[in-house]
Ligand binder design. Structure first.
Ligand SMILES: [Zn+2]
Length: 342
């Protein structure tokens, strides 16, 4: 039995992006209610800390961090038509970035085997100098840089299964061979990036892996992508820590996208990553909430993943036979074959 650090807090309800906005406080409300009913003995519930300015600046331009701080004194500030900061946004955002650092620290410190930070606002669209796509600070990228720059780790792997491409995370690590970024996302779809050809630049070539999936792909196709591409690359990269941008908007009920992943599919993806982490880095792994906009699907999916994180890592994996995704995976493998063996 594994112990999971669960980080969440009522302060994650404070950021209010506007009436009728899908990235609403109720997302965390339903997860707080769900988490209250989880098995207590498997969970280490830890309150989030705030990220420091220096930690935010691991990934963000100091002028942008200063601008974000100033939004706390304004009624509202619009970064794009979907991304509005209000008075509480800065504080909620530093608590989101810090909440994921809390999960990572709990794993590093041995308080838990793995961790899940249930935070908002999400982060993977946030750029070094700009908020976009409901995101203000890039929570997963800050944690990756924290591991390499503060904790001295050589290699960090990020797997992003949110239905949208994590353009911010890709951008931050595009030239880095120390952070391997793998994204599965609906394509074409918001924000438009994430094609097979985007594989990194300079020293970072081969360390960005994009799986642009057509609409209607579901559990079997996602798991096949894990088995044929993500796990083989991960085993060769041998991360010191595995981070997951866990978005639940590829669920079949989600109103913002058209994929067909189920609760069991999310658990199976988590199981594969848990096994990869067990093989490469003593199981060190932490997930952070990104998207997921159907409240019922979000609660039931996060529950399945948290339950999975507590199970013994040695359970067998269900095989995924390639079928209608084979052409796409072949294309991805061909593009990456100078860098990785498949
Ligand atoms: Zn998303």
């Amino acid at each position: 039995m594994l112990k999971t650090a669960l980080i969440t807090d009522r302060h994650y309800l404070d950021h209010f992006p506007g009436r009728g906005h899908p990235e609403c406080p109720e997302r965390v409300k339903v997860l707080l209610d769900m988490a209250a009913g989880l098995h207590r003995e498997r969970l280490e519930r830890i309150a989030p800390r705030e990220a420091t300015i220096a930690e935010l600046e691991l990934c963000h331009d100091p002028r942008y961090v200063a601008l974000m701080r100033q939004t706390a004194a304004r009624e509202s500030y619009d970064f794009d038509p979907d991304t509005h900061a209000s008075r509480a946004t800065y504080h909620t955002s530093i608590l989101a970035a810090g909440g994921f650092l809390t999960a990572v620290e709990a794993v590093l410190g041995g308080q838990a085997d793995n961790g899940f930070a249930i935070v908002r606002p999400p982060g993977h669209h946030a750029l070094p100098d700009h908020a976009m796509g409901f995101c203000f600070f890039n929570n997963v990228a800050i944690a990756a840089r924290y591991l390499t720059h503060v904790k001295g780790m050589d290699r960090v792997m990020i797997v992003d299964w949110d239905v949208h491409h994590g353009n911010g995370t890709q951008d931050i690590f595009y030239a880095s061979p120390r952070v391997l970024y793998c994204s599965l996302h609906q394509f074409p779809h918001y924000p438009g990036s994430g094609s097979v050809r985007e594989i990194g630049i300079d020293e970072g070539r081969g360390y960005t892996v994009n799986l642009p999936l057509p609409a209607t792909f579901g559990d079997r196709e996602y798991l096949s992508a894990f088995d044929r591409v993500i796990l083989p690359v991960g085993r060769q990269f041998r991360p010191d820590f595995l981070l997951v941008s866990a978005g639940f908007d590829c669920h079949f009920r989600d109103p913002l996208a058209d994929m067909r992943v189920t609760e069991q599919g999310f658990a199976a993806m988590a199981r594969r990553l848990k096994r990869l982490a067990a093989e490469c880095c003593g199981g060190r792994m932490a997930l952070v909430l990104e998207g997921g906009y159907d409240l019922q699907a979000l609660a039931s999916s996060v529950r399945e993943v948290v339950e999975e994180l507590g199970r013994d890592a040695a359970e067998p994996l269900a095989p995924g036979a390639p079928d209608r995704e084979a052409w796409l995976l072949e294309k991805v493998m061909k593009e990456l074959s100078p860098f990785w063996n498949f």
